[in-house]
Design a protein around this ligand. Structure first.
Ligand SMILES: Nc1ncnc2c1ncn2[C@@H]1O[C@H](COP(=O)(O)OP(=O)(O)O)[C@@H](O)[C@H]1O
Ligand SMILES: [Mg+2]
Length: 233
């Protein structure tokens, strides 16, 4: 069995305004069902790394593998497909479409993937909303929800295509402690009950301490915790 996610020797430079070595020889791995956090000072390269790991940024050297398959060097279309099918995203600011209903927001990545009928995608979306305890909000416009509800809907949306991994960039950064705890519990439940992998950037020490592993970053490097235990064969 391969790692769900593996990065080998990633390097990245920004060229503007001056050449800057933002990621330095980054190697890491994440196992199936692992709940992993990434911590490090502001500006150390966490978001830049997550963009690469999520296949959105292809301007790097080194190699990236998802479920044992090399994704580095694949075409833009292939990457869009891999991303939509295998990776879910949850950000600090939810990026729901405010004028669309909650249900429609959750359905959209499923419709885009195009593997199921609209009716099936609708049923799946309702099931995800039920899992997150916000199915009663399905027909409201997203703009009308509270911050905590929006984040649950974002998680439902991230799950719609049954990804192997969810990546989050400070998914609780905009939430109060009660809603942060709620998101933590949802992630924990998903990692245990569905063997979903989670890779979450956070500033919250209390949140990070309760994940399975903390990847410590500093100055574009991994300082510790980068590697998963060898996957079961
Ligand atoms: N598009 C860009 N062009 C040039 N420099 C950037 C760009 N994006 C981020 N940076 C710089 O790269 C470093 C890492 O940024 P980032 O990955 O956002 O850090 P973090 O998420 O850990 O706070 C910072 O010094 C930031 O100013
Ligand atoms: Mg960041």
């Amino acid at each position: 069995m391969a790692y769900v996610l593996e990065a080998r020797h990633l390097d990245k430079y920004f060229e503007q305004p001056v050449r800057f070595h933002v990621l330095k020889d980054i190697s890491l791995s994440v196992n199936r069902g692992e709940f992993v956090s990434i911590m490090g000072k502001s500006g150390c390269g966490k978001s830049t790394l997550l963009y690469i790991l999520s296949t959105m940024d292809t301007d790097y050297t080194g190699e990236l593998y998802l479920a044992g398959k090399k994704v580095t060097g694949q075409s833009r279309e292939q990457l869009a497909h891999i991303r939509n099918k295998r990776i879910g995203f949850v950000f600090q600011f939810h990026y729901l479409l405010p004028e669309f209903t909650v249900l429609k927001n959750v359905m959209l990545p499923g419709l885009k993937l195009g593997e199921k009928s609209t009716e099936e995608v609708r049923e799946d979306a309702m099931a995800k909303l039920r899992l997150l305890g916000v199915d009663d909000q399905a027909h409201k416009k997203a703009a009308r929800l509270s911050g905590g509800q929006k984040q649950r809907v974002s998680i439902a949306r991230a799950l719609i295509n049954d990804p192997e991994i969810i990546m989050g960039d400070e998914p609780t950064g905009n939430l109060d402690s009660k809603n942060s705890e709620n998101v933590f519990q949802v992630f924990r439940d998903l990692s245990v009950s569905r063997s979903l992998s989670l890779l979450v950037v956070t500033h919250d020490e209390d949140f990070a301490r309760r994940t399975d592993r903390i990847i410590e970053m500093g100055d574009g490097m991994i300082l510790g915790g980068g590697h998963a235990p060898a996957p079961a064969s």
